[in-house]
Design a protein around this ligand. Structure first.
Ligand code: AHR
Length: 502
């Protein structure tokens, strides 16, 4: 028998190769644009146990709650800071009629959720409960309106109900339902995936619908609506051109939504390196999509009044039926691989800061690439996922100015970096999706630093995750960093996210 290579004797995900040297430069004088906090926004749909069970357990639940909201979810979300929260869908939005969710909870109608398993919802979570959630966690609300099965009148009345301070019948109804202050909802989605579950429409048909719906969504109480049109699935230029050619060029939307999921072929905790690499490579197309959609919009909207919104993104792995039966539809664990994927996305947003307006990862709790998992209808425990901590490591970028970083190569499986600065502070995030540990030597141009600190999220097992029994397997830890003579030196192990603060 020949010699067995050392790598074959190691558990999957551990690489035996020695650290490779890697050189990069932060060009602090080459500014890209503001890192909008909205790049770190989220999405909560009436799907599986995202809203019911995850965020909302009801006032009479044995699960610790604040007026019906799961207590620990509120604490964790508030701690992280959720800039914008999109609701109620997703596909659900185009079958949702907002009047079902107002008034005394015991009188609200029960409806079948036709998109996500045909279960019956009691509508105990409606617009009042959503706005209160946003206020509790400090998020700006983003409401997706119903174009697929709704009417312009229904959407127009919803906007008035939310935003008219007082004096109209709809405003008075809101007050009678317990909310004297207007909700001042600025972000309104005009449909969702109207090329698919919210249709299916042609781009021209949706364009005509958009023109009519948008005409009736007005400013009430001084809150000017920011209207988000349903843009393409990924980088579908046929949809984008067809829609842009149909819209009134003088009344383009404020936001242009695109959805781009990074699909995976295996269950989240059973990934192989090959499956992981295939998934990581998709991020190159996400970046190309942002660039291409912005470039197309530029030809219709040279002043960039309409912003590109990555309205839904995140890893969407193969979901085992048993997990869905136990925890709810599209319930997915988040692993070290998922955290690296989140880091790849968040670095792209910084690098394309001048072209992107907002990004909402799917979804907030229990569904797809969530930041929290809860234990099921009866379970009291919840856990912050690896993706939660990836967002935490990127948080210091918020509101800083993204600056250019030059790396050795643009290989989608090579080191991914981004940097942002504000005054005397520079934040650099390094995401290593590769199988090699890296010794990184990063030169700083036009920025002088004497010292710095770093944090790392890392595990050598790509399938490692935080579970209800072991919630702290993946948490950021302090990491060694050396700063001298205009260079930062640090180790970036295979499968890690490192945040350096200088
Ligand atoms: O996030 C899950 C679903 O993915 C959403 O409902 C839909 O918009 C997309 O297809």
């Amino acid at each position: 028998m020949g010699a067995v290579p050392l790598a074959a004797l190691l558990p999957q995900g551990l690489w035996a190769s020695p650290a490779k040297s890697y050189k990069a430069t932060v060009l602090a004088d080459v500014e890209i644009g503001a890192v909008r906090p909205e790049f770190h926004s989220h999405f909560a749909e009436h799907l599986g146990s995202c809203v019911y069970g995850g965020l909302w357990v009801g006032k009479d639940s044995p699960i610790p709650n604040i007026d019906g909201y799961r207590r620990d979810a509120i604490t964790y979300l508030k701690d992280l800071g959720i800039p914008v929260l999109r609701w109620p869908g997703g596909c659900f939005a185009d079958d949702y009629h907002w009047r079902d969710g107002i008034g005394p909870a015991n009188k609200r109608p029960k409806r079948v959720n036709i998109h996500w398993g045909g279960y019956v919802e009691d509508n105990s979570f409606g617009i009042h409960e959503f706005i209160r959630l946003c206020r509790m966690i400090g998020a700006e609300p983003y409401v997706a309106g119903n174009v697929g099965s709704g009417t312009p009148a229904e959407l127009r009345e919803w906007v008035e109900y939310c935003n008219q301070p007082s004096g109209s019948t709809l405003a008075d109804e809101r007050v009678a339902n317990g909310s004297p202050e207007p909700f001042n909802v600025r972000y309104w989605g005009v449909g969702n995936e109207n090329w698919g579950c919210g249709g299916p429409m042609t781009p021209e048909h949706y364009g005509e619908q958009y023109r009519i719906f948008a005409n009736y969504v007005r400013t009430f109480g001084g809150t000017k609506p920011f209207l988000v049109a349903c843009g393409p699935n990924g980088n579908d230029m046929h949809w984008s051109r067809g829609l842009l050619n149909t819209l009134d060029p003088r009344k383009l939307p404020d936001g242009w939504s695109t959805h781009f999921y990074e699909t995976g072929t295996l269950p989240s905790t059973q990934f192989t390196e090959d499956a992981m690499n295939t998934q990581f490579r998709i991020f190159q197309r996400v970046e190309e999509t942002i660039i291409a959609q912005r470039a197309l919009l530029d030809s219709y909207d040279p002043q960039r009044k309409c912003g590109v919104i990555l309205d839904e993104w995140g890893v969407w792995d193969r979901i085992p039926r048993e997990d869905e039966q136990r925890y709810g539809k599209l319930w997915q664990q988040s692993t070290m691989r998922s955290a690296v994927a989140a880091g790849l996305g968040l670095n792209i947003f910084n690098r394309q800061a001048d072209k992107l307006y907002m990004a909402n990862i799917a979804q907030l709790v229990n569904v797809l690439q969530s930041i929290l998992l809860t234990e099921g209808p009866e379970g009291k425990r919840s856990v912050r996922t690896s993706t939660y901590y990836a967002f935490q490591l990127f948080k210091p970028h918020r509101s800083k100015t993204a600056v250019r970083v030059e790396t050795e190569s643009s290989d989608p499986l090579g080191l991914s970096m981004s940097a942002s600065k504000s005054g005397q502070e520079l934040i650099v995030t390094l995401v290593n999706p590769s199988g090699s540990d890296l010794d990184v030597d990063c030169a700083l141009r036009s920025f002088s630093a004497k010292s710095g600190t770093a944090k790392i999220l890392h595990h050598s097992d790509l399938n490692a995750c935080n579970s209800f029994d072991n919630p702290d397997v993946l948490v950021p830890k302090p990491h060694e960093i050396a700063v001298e003579n205009g260079h930062v030196r640090l180790k970036v192990p295979a499968l890690s996210i490192v945040q350096a603060s200088l």
